[in-house]
Design a protein around this ligand. Structure first.
Ligand SMILES: [Fe+2]
Ligand SMILES: [Fe+2]
Length: 157
């Protein structure tokens, strides 16, 4: 039986992403290749997180509530697109080793942290309250089975 709640698991993943990003910024001016490794890890894990939500977690909520065309998960999906765009703008700079990326980092951080707070405070607890232990276990089971190709997209060399 899965003990971890959706809120705990996904909230912890947000924290892990935050730490990777902090490390990218910390090493950007000291050791670029080290910073780049943190960025690549951040990007891959953020993409995985979004696929987990869009393909596995949100459909559970949408099925239960019938809210497929509008509602909180649609708002979250729109925000994921914005996050993806901000991520690509920063990715372009990292690829060309352009360390003048403070603005892109600030924008990404602000969009991402607002988004994460909404999920942690509203969406995840709502989902936790509406699913059974078996359904939660199935969410984690599907997440574990997700093939790497579905999120491991990065042209960083
Ligand atoms: Fe999200
Ligand atoms: Fe999330």
């Amino acid at each position: 039986m899965q003990e971890t709640s959706i809120k705990k698991y996904f909230g912890d993943d947000h924290k892990c992403l935050d730490e990777l990003f902090i490390n990218f910024r910390k090493y950007k001016h000291q050791d670029f290749s080290k910073a780049k490794e943190f960025f690549k890890d951040f990007k891959m894990r953020l993409q995985r997180h979004i696929v987990w939500e869009e393909q596995i977690l949100f459909p559970v909520f949408e099925k239960k509530t019938g809210m497929t065309q509008s509602g909180p998960t649609q708002v979250m999906r729109i925000e994921h697109k914005q996050i993806g765009e901000c991520l690509e703008l920063l990715h372009k700079k990292v690829r060309t080793q352009d360390t003048n990326s403070d603005k892109e980092e600030e924008i990404l951080l602000s969009v991402l942290s607002n988004h994460n707070l909404k999920e942690e405070n509203i969406l995840y607890p709502t989902i936790d309250s509406m699913i059974t232990d078996e359904e939660r276990a199935e969410v984690f089971n599907q997440m574990n089975k997700l093939p790497e190709e579905s999120y491991k997209k990065c042209c960083c060399q």
